[in-house]
Structure formats: structure tokens, C-alpha cells
Design a protein around this ligand. Structure first.
Ligand SMILES: Cc1ncc(COP(=O)(O)O)c(C=O)c1O
Length: 415
């Protein structure tokens, strides 16, 4: 770290300095039973199975057979990466506009990330951008439902089935979003969720994997909860694989269970307000809200995003965003750093130096990472402004005020 750098901050600490006329998700609205569930953890002398209860309740809410709780989505996806078919040096096709947590496990597992471009005009990948990237080394496709907007999964699943690829979802930002009547997280063979304090199901740094597959769920528990350990009669634990200790704590489970009870109303409000705000914003010339696809019945909107037609404004996009924040939209800013092939600077460094996993035999392919991998996504993010402070506290009045602020900033900067 040099003097101009500081450690990244997360959760309430990351948003503490924000002021504005619109809601800030912190302090979070807590489920009324949070205290009694926490009390159970204490009163039971740590014998209560809040983790098991949460896992059952979340699986039921999604209509899946298994939920395996973890300490976050980064570990959830790391666990899935450890359970994926394939060897170090194999390729996984992944969304480029996302969070580091999508990538961490892939890279640590020795998989080579191959970034599919975003579909034009949005933040998500699509079958057309994925298909040309499939090679003999591709093992899986990891789709991120960015902001809560769901990728068009049916064509992606059909493509994957033709090539024998494992499809899974990073549904961190899309809890209870739906796609053609099915809920995000059930659209591939498995999915990771985050219950980080900022997320829609905001708890205390938690996450999980969901899947309908018995064998996969068992393998995730073996690798992630049992640390790759088996009990051998007359001896004790033997570790037959290098597993992890990625268990959720009982107290996190207690809070997450209580938060899950208020999730449906929270998501319904986000959906209503995101749709209203989308209509209001789209009336402002030169400004366009992220499009909500017709196939998505519920938009569990975690962050609200707009794009600018730069030619209509005299100021740059960064300045437009600053003016929005100044005028009262807390946290408005460009999300350029979501472009992971560029923001994860270690990727290109390792690829150029042929460090593991790029050294993995046959090591005959050249990989480079940067905005050039996904030009549509890179160009899109140059016009994109978002605020992750969008939350269930928004009312119609807040939506009208937001649109008013955007309209006023737009008018003040028109060419
Ligand atoms: C799309 C996405 N993937 C993964 C993560 C990582 O989740 P966690 O913070 O629970 O590890 C996040 C968190 O911001 C995310 O937004």
C-alpha cells in the first residue's frame, strides 16, 4: 500500500460518511425475532441448531432441496469451485461486471477465468457473449445476476447442456428475484448467496450455497463443513481431502433467520420502488435506467443504476455522479471498478508472468486481462452511475425526489 491507498471498507463502515435526503440502508431494519433467536443461542448453551433451522428455512423460501450455510458468498463460491469438475488450468466462463468474491474461489482453485462480455445495454452476460468462448478446456459457466437483474438463463442452460458444462449462479444481489416464474438461485445446478450486512437479506457477514443435487450438497458439507474429514472408527478424524472450515456461526444464523422473515415484504417494496423509479427516470431525456427484462416478474433490486447519453451533457459522467451525490443521492458514483478483468490487477500480472494457474501444462494459450476482454461491458460502465444505497426504505415520495434530483442535474448540464 502506498500513501494514496487505503484498505477497502465494507458494510456500515463503507457508507457511514454518506449524507443525503434519501434513505441509507444503515441502520438496517431488523426482523422482530432477531433478539429472541440470539437469546436462544445463548440460553441453549450453544446447543441450539440455528444454522440448521436457517438452512431449512432458506431452502424452503427458494423451493430447493439443500442450503449449505457459509460465512459469506466469497466462501460459498470458493466451496463450489472446490467441488467443480475439472483440474487447475481449466477455464470457467464468468461475468465480468461483478465483485471480487465471484472470482476468488475460482482463482484459488487454479481455474482460469474467461470473461464473457455483457449483453449490449445492460450489466449481465448472455448466451451470445458466452458461446464463442467455449473451448475444450471450459468446465463451467458462472452467471452473476448483477443489481438483482436476472440473466436470460434458459438459452445459457441449453448451450451448456450441448457442451456438458456445469452452470451455476452468483445470486448475491438477486435474492428472491424471479425469472419466468422461477426464483434466482434455482436456475442452474447451484448458486451462491450473500447475507453481508449491505445485502438485501442483510445479516452479519453470511452466505450459502443452494442446490437440488443431493450428491453435490453432501460434497459441499464434506469439503466445507467437515474440512474434508471422515470419522474412522477406533482412530478418529482422517482428512482424505484438503477441505475448508467454512461454517456459518449460530449467532449469524439467528440474525439471518430473523431477516429472512421480513425478506418477502422487503423485496416486494424494492421491486415496486425500482419499477416506479425506472419509469420516472426514463422520462428524463439523456438518462436511462437499467432495463428490467420482460421475463423478470420480481426485481429484487439491490442497487439502482442509470446510464447517460454523454453527448447530451456538457459534464463528464463522474462529475454528473458527484453532482447527484452532492444534491442528495447518497453514494451515487460510477461503478467502473466492477469491471473485474481490469480491477483484479493480479490477473494480468500472473498471466504475463505465467504464474500458476497460467503455468499449468500445457500452458500453450496466451491470456491477458483488462477492459479489452469485454469491450461492451467496459464502454457501458463508462456511462454508468449507480447507488448501492437503494433499499427497502424507499417510498414513492423518495422515488419522485430521486427523479427530481436526476432531472435537475441533467438540466443543469445539458449541452
Ligand atoms: C455479485 C457478488 N458476488 C459476490 C460477493 C461476495 O459476497 P460476500 O461479501 O458475502 O463474500 C458480493 C458482495 O458484494 C457480490 O455483490
Amino acid at each position: 500500500m502506498n500513501e494514496s491507498q487505503e484498505r477497502a471498507r465494507y458494510g456500515a463502515a463503507a457508507l457511514a460518511h454518506l449524507k443525503g435526503q434519501l434513505p441509507n440502508p444503515f441502520p438496517r431494519t431488523m426482523g422482530p425475532n432477531a433478539m429472541s433467536y440470539l437469546q436462544e443461542v445463548v440460553d441453549s448453551g450453544l446447543t441450539g441448531d440455528l444454522v440448521g433451522r436457517f438452512e431449512q428455512a432458506f431452502a424452503a423460501a427458494l423451493g430447493v432441496k439443500h442450503c449449505v450455510a457459509t460465512p459469506g458468498c466469497t466462501p460459498a463460491l470458493a466451496l463450489l469451485a472446490a467441488a467443480l469438475p475439472g483440474e487447475p488450468g481449466d477455464e470457467i466462463i464468468v461475468s465480468p461486471i461483478t465483485d471480487y468474491g465471484t472470482l476468488q474461489g475460482l482463482f484459488r482453485q487454479g481455474f482460469i477465468p474467461v470473461f464473457a462480455d455483457a449483453a449490449p445495454g445492460t450489466v449481465n452476460v448472455c448466451v451470445e457473449t458466452i458461446a464463442p468462448l467455449i473451448t475444450d478446456r471450459t468446465r463451467a459457466i458462472l452467471c452473476v445476476h448483477k443489481t438483482g437483474l436476472v440473466c436470460d438463463m434458459d438459452p445459457i442452460n441449453e448451450l451448456a447442456a450441448r457442451h456438458g458444462l456445469f452452470v451455476y449462479e452468483d445470486a448475491c444481489q438477486a435474492v428472491l428475484s424471479t425469472y419466468r416464474g422461477r426464483v434466482a438461485g434455482t436456475l442452474g445446478r447451484a448458486a451462491g448467496f450473500s447475507f453481508d450486512s449491505e445485502k438485501t437479506l442483510g445479516s452479519d457477514v453470511g452466505g450459502c450455497v443452494v442446490t437440488d443435487e443431493d450428491a453435490l450438497a453432501e460434497r459441499l458439507r464434506f469439503l466445507g463443513h467437515s474440512r474434508g474429514g471422515l470419522h474412522k472408527a477406533g482412530y478418529g478424524r482422517v482428512h482424505t481431502e484438503p477441505g475448508y472450515a467454512l461454517r456459518m456461526t449460530q449467532s449469524t444464523a439467528a440474525i439471518t433467520l430473523a431477516q429472512l422473515e421480513i425478506l418477502p415484504e422487503n423485496v416486494a417494496q424494492r421491486d415496486r420502488m425500482a419499477r416506479l423509479l425506472t419509469c420516472l427516470v426514463n422520462e428524463i431525456p439523456g438518462v436511462c435506467a437499467l432495463p428490467i427484462p420482460d421475463y423478470q416478474e420480481v426485481y429484487s433490486c439491490w442497487m439502482f443504476g442509470i446510464t447517460l447519453d454523454s453527448e447530451q451533457f456538457a459534464c463528464g459522467v463522474a462529475s454528473f455522479a458527484d453532482q447527484l451525490a452532492e444534491a442528495g443521492i447518497p453514494g451515487a458514483g460510477m461503478g467502473a471498478y466492477y469491471l473485474i478483468p481490469e480491477a483484479c490487477t493480479f490477473l494480468d500480472e500472473y498471466a504475463v508472468a505465467r504464474r500458476f494457474p497460467f503455468s499449468q501444462p500445457p500452458a500453450d494459450r496466451v491470456y491477458r486481462y483488462g477492459p479489452q476482454n469485454t469491450p461492451t461491458a467496459a464502454a457501458f460502465l463508462q456511462r454508468f452511475i449507480r447507488w448501492s444505497t437503494f433499499c427497502e426504505k424507499y417510498t414513492e415520495e423518495h422515488c419522485r425526489l430521486t427523479a427530481q434530483i436526476i432531472g435537475a442535474v441533467a438540466d443543469a448540464n445539458r449541452v
